[in-house]
Ligand binder design. Structure first.
Ligand SMILES: NC(=O)C1=CN([C@@H]2O[C@H](COP(=O)(O)OP(=O)(O)OC[C@H]3O[C@@H](n4cnc5c(N)ncnc54)[C@H](OP(=O)(O)O)[C@@H]3O)[C@@H](O)[C@H]2O)[C@@H](O)CC1
Ligand SMILES: Nc1ncnc2c1ncn2[C@@H]1O[C@H](COP(=O)(O)OP(=O)(O)O)[C@@H](O)[C@H]1O
Ligand SMILES: [K+]
Length: 496
């Protein structure tokens, strides 16, 4: 299981390992530096590359110096160590003594700035150990000027140890690779900071699982195995057993969103899908709706038997939508609220005329979520955890969509590290909403359905991109079935 922890909690794990188990920091540093070196040598760098190890005063710099020593013993032809200043903390100071006694070229940035700049500009790789989890707030000017110099270099690759220096700073280091030490750091997955990390990897050191679990704020999800025990699709089932889903979507000029989300639900294991539209578009949409059963919104009262609903794609924003959403929320207890319905929901919340609950999944993108939470896009990008308070108050699940998708419900957080830009195409959010709505009836928990939907959505995009290259979201619908099957949402061979 891949836990994520905050940088502050990671420091508690560090100190817990030392205090509770007597493993000294220098041993942890040796493990970290060795594991980092193995990854670096295996995956990224060759012995003929010229590598600069850029070290701050703390243990992050100490990790970098262990890597430099390993590179030296491995026969790297061009290794240079740069420290920011002479006054290092105790353990990095020991590492520096070893580096110097081995005869590795060592420079001090604050003394020899122009030489250090020249060395960096000629390197193939910079291993950045300037700052790790010990960094507080925005960068101090001395480090900021180093970071800014490195960011402006061309044709150089940056390997950041643990977290990039200046992760909280708008001018922080932009790495090609970031390797979290011991445990994944949640800040690396905050949408604003994610862009500075490049590819994120993990190396393991002696962090006991129970300490990690105690500090865990959530899970990094890649596949559905963590939720599979909740799946419930019997091979004896028929369409009537696998969920009747009502889709409230579309408005004049926005028929595509209704069709996309409706057809997306149809590609999940759900049985029946009813598309509810306004009278004004009923005649237009009816002939092009394929296997979707099209109904008029005004007939909603006669459809009590639906198991879940999806409300919002292309729905439009007006007073009558707010009223309709209010009736839907009173009539049903499970469903997905997406796109325009998020705006209506916010108005109902402001009027204190709404009660959500564990069956509901909200799927806002960052802008919609900022509106819903009365915050700014920037704050949300820099700290998605502010969604937690909202889900606790409303006992619902919330899927915060961006290049990294965060999924919250009371007591649960999951992160899907998407970073796959072909998926950011118009209408792909409608497809995701349909997918989750369809899965709500297959899973016992809405949180699991939301996580599985996010994984299946991204996997469909990857399969499709591999086959066809850049795509439109109607093509994505055609890959949902295959994607669901591939990630493991299949038919049970035995009745449960
Ligand atoms: N301990 C362990 O068990 C293990 C630790 N491990 C490794 O150690 C790393 C953590 O090391 P850490 O705690 O020494 O902190 P670290 O990130 O090197 O920086 C601290 C120094 O940064 C500075 N500084 C702070 N804020 C700043 C700012 N805004 N702007 C500018 N400078 C700022 C300030 O230094 P100053 O310049 O003031 O002397 C402060 O003293 C961790 O990420 C992992 O790599 C692993 O090996 C696993 C085992
Ligand atoms: N760079 C990216 N990497 C991975 N996923 C992305 C990226 N950009 C956008 N997405 C995903 O694409 C979808 C876009 O949804 P949304 O913004 O609601 O679009 P629309 O309103 O056009 O349907 C979301 O699931 C989001 O997570
Ligand atoms: K670092």
């Amino acid at each position: 299981m891949k836990h994520i922890v905050s940088m502050d909690s990671a420091a508690l794990i560090d100190s817990g390992v030392q205090q509770n188990y007597g493993i000294p920091a220098i041993i942890l540093m040796e493990q970290a530096g060795t594991a980092l070196s193995e990854l670096f040598f295996d995956k990224f760098c060759s012995a003929s590359d010229s590598v600069v190890f850029l070290c701050g005063t703390g243990n992050n710099g100490g990790d970098a110096m262990v890597m430099a020593r390993n590179a030296f013993f491995k026969g790297f032809s061009s290794i240079k160590v740069i420290i920011t200043k002479e006054s290092l903390r105790d353990i990095p100071a020991i590492q520096l003594d070893i580096i110097r006694s081995l005869g590795i070229d060592t420079y001090v940035w604050e003394n020899d700035r122009s030489i250090c700049e020249e060395i960096c500009s000629k390197a193939d790789w910079i291993v950045e150990g300037l700052l790790g989890i010990g960094q507080k707030s925005e960068l101090r000017q001395d480090i900021k000027s180093i970071v800014s110099f490195i960011n402006n270099l061309d044709d150089i690759r940056i390997f950041s140890i643990d977290v990039p220096a200046g992760i909280y700073d708008d001018y922080g280091l932009i790495a090609d690779v970031t390797v979290n030490v011991g445990v994944y750091k949640q800040e690396c997955f905050f949408p604003s900071y994610r862009k500075r990390c490049g590819d994120i990897h993990l190396v393991e050191i002696s962090f006991p699982p129970e300490l990690i679990k105690r500090q865990s704020s959530g899970l990094l999800i890649e596949d559905i195995s963590v939720f599979s025990d909740e799946l419930n699709i019997s091979r004896y089932s028929h369409k009537g057993d696998r969920g009747r889903i009502g889709v409230f979507a579309g408005s004049a000029g926005m028929l595509g969103a209704a069709l996309l989300s409706g057809k997306s639900v149809l590609r999940t294991p759900s049985g029946y899908v009813y598309l509810f539209v306004g009278n004004d578009i009923f005649e237009q949409i009816y002939p092009i709706a394929g296997p979707l059963v099209v109904k008029k919104e005004s007939d909603l009262q006669s459809f009590d038997f639906m198991d879940s609903v999806l409300v919002g794609p292309g729905w439009g924003r007006c007073e009558n939508r707010v009223l309709l959403l209010s009736s839907i929320l009173k009539k049903f207890d499970k469903g997905v609220i997406d796109a325009d319905a998020i705006y209506s929901l916010k108005l109902l919340i402001d009027k204190e005329d709404v009660s959500l609950g564990t069956g509901w999944v909200l799927t806002p993108h960052i802008g919609e979520c900022a509106f819903l939470l009365n915050t700014t896009v920037d704050k949300l990008l820099k700290n998605p955890l502010i969604c937690q308070d909202f889900v606790n108050r409303h006992s619902c699940t919330l899927v915060l969509k961006s290049h990294v998708t965060w999924i919250f419900s009371p007591g649960n957080i999951a992160v899907y590290d998407g970073c796959f830009s072909p998926l950011g195409t118009a209408g792909s959010g409608d497809v995701l909403a349909g997918l989750i709505a369809g899965l709500l009836t297959a899973y016992t928990s809405s949180f699991s359905a939301a996580c599985a939907g996010v994984i299946a959505h991204a996997n469909a995009a990857k399969l499709l991109y591999k086959d066809k290259g850049w795509f439109s979201s109607d093509m994505l619908v055609d890959y949902i079935g295959l994607s669901l099957k591939e990630i493991g949402i299949e038919i049970y061979e035995r009745e449960r």
